[in-house]
Design a protein around this ligand. Structure first.
Ligand code: UDP
Ligand code: MG
Length: 308
């Protein structure tokens, strides 16, 4: 029988871990496949590890627990889980049941029927989400899809069913900055999406503050497009042309005997160019920091112990 690995990143999910297990078990029982559930405790500060270990002790043949030495973020947890997964099929699910287990069955059916390599999931509504957050999310997808070679589907969740080959492809990308939405899109393969209405988390609260999300969006943009790097070039070009015209006009005015207040002119010029330079340096710094991280080759996480 083939094996399905379920990767579940958990950060402060003491309330949801057992609910998650209770919800997936009946669904898995109805499927003709072996499974393993890999909980990745991403440095939780609550009793998440204890909850995971309770399940591990009760079902050691079915459950694995990876415990991080601190909070490394969901991307690190996903990577650790994917590396650990032995399955012919691998799926990634949130612990909070926002990725409905029943959808997994539909994913399998669709994958079988159309011989897909990946079946992803997509929220068609963002019900229950603050409107400002939805607006930023929409802007992000617009921006990133306009300037990148890969298409990142609006509303696509990390929840997806993948064949072994896809997982191997994702793991073969050695970059440090792991923006999964981008990596998933980048590796390609035959992909279909199942759409469903947004479900609110069963318990606990979201780990994503507005600023964390903004940072995440910036990472995605910087890692997948050079558009920001070109921005200072265009701004600089525009300003140079503008200034050349202005200087020519001033020259003509001076030749016609008009008095020009050079002080004001110089100050505005200095401010203008100062701004342009700062912008350019800022963007370069952003890329430099990425390069720096890649060059250092730091691990994405440090596993304290693996319960296998
Ligand atoms: N998560 C994680 N590390 C983090 C933040 C979140 O492993 O630093 C996990 C979290 O436990 C959950 C999933 O990632 O299983 C999605 O997080 P959350 O539900 O808070 O995000 P939202 O659904 O609100 O976007
Ligand atoms: Mg959630």
């Amino acid at each position: 029988m083939s094996l399905l690995s379920i990767v579940v990143p958990c950060y402060n999910e003491e309330e949801t871990v057992s609910l998650f297990y209770q919800a997936v078990t009946p669904v898995l029982a109805g499927m003709n496949i072996d499974h393993e559930i890999i909980f990745v405790n991403d440095g939780s500060r609550d009793r998440t590890l204890e909850e995971c270990l309770k399940l591990y002790n009760a079902h050691p043949e079915e459950i694995k627990v990876i415990d991080f030495s601190r909070n490394f973020g969901k991307e690190g947890a996903l990577l650790a889980g994917l590396r650990q997964a032995k399955g012919d099929y691998v799926t990634v699910m949130d612990a909070d049941l926002q990725d409905p287990p029943e959808v997994l069955v539909r994913m399998f059916e669709l994958m079988e029927k159309n011989d897909d390599d990946v079946v992803g999931s997509r929220r068609v509504t963002r019900k229950g989400e603050p409107p400002i957050r939805s607006w930023f999310a929409r802007m992000f997808y617009k921006l990133i899809n306009k300037y990148t070679e890969v298409e990142i589907v609006d509303g696509a969740r990390d929840f997806r069913l993948m064949k072994r080959s896809v997982v191997d492809a994702i793991l073969s990308l050695k970059e440090y900055g792991r923006f999964s939405k981008g990596l998933f899109a980048w590796v390609g393969f035959k992909t279909e999406y199942i759409e469903y209405e947004n479900v609110e988390r069963v318990a606990g609260e979201t780990k994503w503050s507005f600023w964390k999300l903004l940072r995440y969006a910036m990472d995605g943009i910087v890692e997948y497009t050079e558009a920001p790097l070109r921005l200072p070039f265009w701004c600089g070009g525009f300003l140079t042309v503008l200034m050349t015209v202005e200087l020519l006009v001033l020259l003509v005015m001076a030749l016609c005997g008009k008095v020009i207040t050079t002080g004001v002119l110089i100050i505005s010029l200095v401010l203008f160019f100062g701004g342009v330079l700062l912008l350019g340096i800022g963007v370069l710094g952003e890329y430099l920091s990425k390069t720096y991280n890649e060059v250092k080759g730091r691990p994405n996480y440090i596993v304290k112990k693996l319960y296998d």
